[in-house]
Structure formats: C-alpha cells, structure tokens
Design a binder for this molecule. Sequence first.
Ligand SMILES: Nc1ncnc2c1ncn2[C@@H]1O[C@H](COP(=O)(O)OP(=O)(O)OP(=O)(O)O)[C@@H](O)[C@H]1O
Ligand SMILES: [Mg+2]
Length: 227
Amino acid sequence: MTREAVVKIRDLIAGYGRHQVLQQLDLTVWRGEALGIAGKNGAGKTTLFKVILGLIAPLAGFVSVQGRMLDTPRVRRLVRCQIGYVPQLHTPGKMPVSVHDVVLMGRWSKGFGFFKRPTMQDRQKVSEILREIGMSHKEWQEVHLLSGGEQQKVSIGRALVREAPILLLDEPSTYLDHGSQVEIIELIKTVRLKHHLTLIMISHDPEHLEGMSDRILLLKNGRLEER
Ligand SMILES: Nc1ncnc2c1ncn2[C@@H]1O[C@H](COP(=O)(O)OP(=O)(O)OP(=O)(O)O)[C@@H](O)[C@H]1O
Ligand SMILES: [Mg+2]
C-alpha cells in the first residue's frame, strides 16, 4: 500500500517579524495517522499549526497540505476548508451563545459564509455531531455555563462539523481534570476512526499524547526530532 502525505513541510522557517520560531523544520504527516508533537512552552507548537492552517506565511521553505502548496492567500483559504481546528482551550466570553450556534460556526466557509446563510442541512449536521459527541442535551444551553470538559467537546464538535479530513488539536486534554482527560482522549480516538481522520495533536506534555498518538515527535530549537 502506498502512503500518501497529507502534510509535507521542508526547510520551513517561520515566526513573527524578526523572531524566527521554526528553523529549517521538516515534517511529513501520512494519511490516517495520529501524530503527536510535544515541546516545551514557547517551543513553537501553535506557530506550526498556524503555518499548516495558512494563518501565517512562511519566511522560507515549502509547505503543502493535501498535495497543494500553500503559496498564495487563495490556496491558504481553500486548504483551511480541509482542516478542522481545535484551538488551545480558552474560557469563552460571557456572550449568551448557545452550544448549537458555537458548533454551527464550524460550517463557516464550508456550508455558509458572507453571502450564504446557514441552511437546514447545516443545522441538521450540527445536531448530528452533537448527538455523536454526547452533547445533544446541552444543545441550547449557553456555552459559557459548561464545564471545561464539555467546552472541549463542543470545540471538537465545531471542528468535526466542517467534515474535513484533517484535524489539528492544540493541547486537547491539558487543562482538564483526570476524568475529563480520559473522556476527551476516548472521544478523539472514536471520532478518528469513525471519520477516517488524519490527526495532528500538540502538547507541552508527551504523556498527554501517548494514549492518542501512533508516533510522537519533539519540537526543539525550532525543529522536529524523533523522541
Ligand atoms: N502573535 C505573536 N507575535 C509575536 N510573537 C509570538 C506570537 N505568538 C507567539 N509568539 C512567540 O513565538 C514563540 C512560540 O510561541 P507558540 O505559541 O508557538 O509556542 P507553543 O509551543 O505553542 O507554547 P505553549 O506550550 O505555551 O502553547 C514564543 O516565544 C512566543 O512568545
Ligand atoms: Mg501553544
């Protein structure tokens, strides 16, 4: 069986202004695998995600996602539709937004956008995903009233509703208590198989990645190393 590279990065240099965070970084992610990337706080893990998502342009090097080189803003936008993203956990504001509407936002630029309102199908997809992640009973509750573990499930739901083949998870279990960590890890394993996803997960603590990853790399001095 031939392996297909879903993400391919060569000699990447990326950062902010003159601060180069990633230095000559190489990475290949294969279709269907679950890759963990560990690295200390500030190592550049989230920055690497921003490059894959096309949110920051590399200073040098080659990046391709699903066989497309991310060399123009247009391609970077297209590729973002192919990726579900679970950002590093942050507390939601006090805005009275329902779980349903937060998950619906995951369909932005996939099902709807500036010129197209969400359809019945978009909303049905949201309800279907909420059933799958065991959050139907909270569909119309305000999201800021949920526990940390429930909020993380909603965040995963918002990524899944994009129906994208690649899922990036930034510290998915880090800020949760032990029970919720176990639940989130099980959920990630289940949705991975059900949706045939390629996963890239990052954490400052390799232990958090162990239960969910097929292999784990270490981000250090701007590059990825085998552990
Ligand atoms: N928007 C930004 N502007 C300037 N510098 C930034 C910006 N975002 C991150 N940095 C810097 O880039 C470096 C890497 O940050 P990054 O967030 O990628 O690290 P990380 O590995 O995800 O860390 P953590 O484990 O704390 O989440 C840090 O030195 C950080 O201060
Ligand atoms: Mg980070």
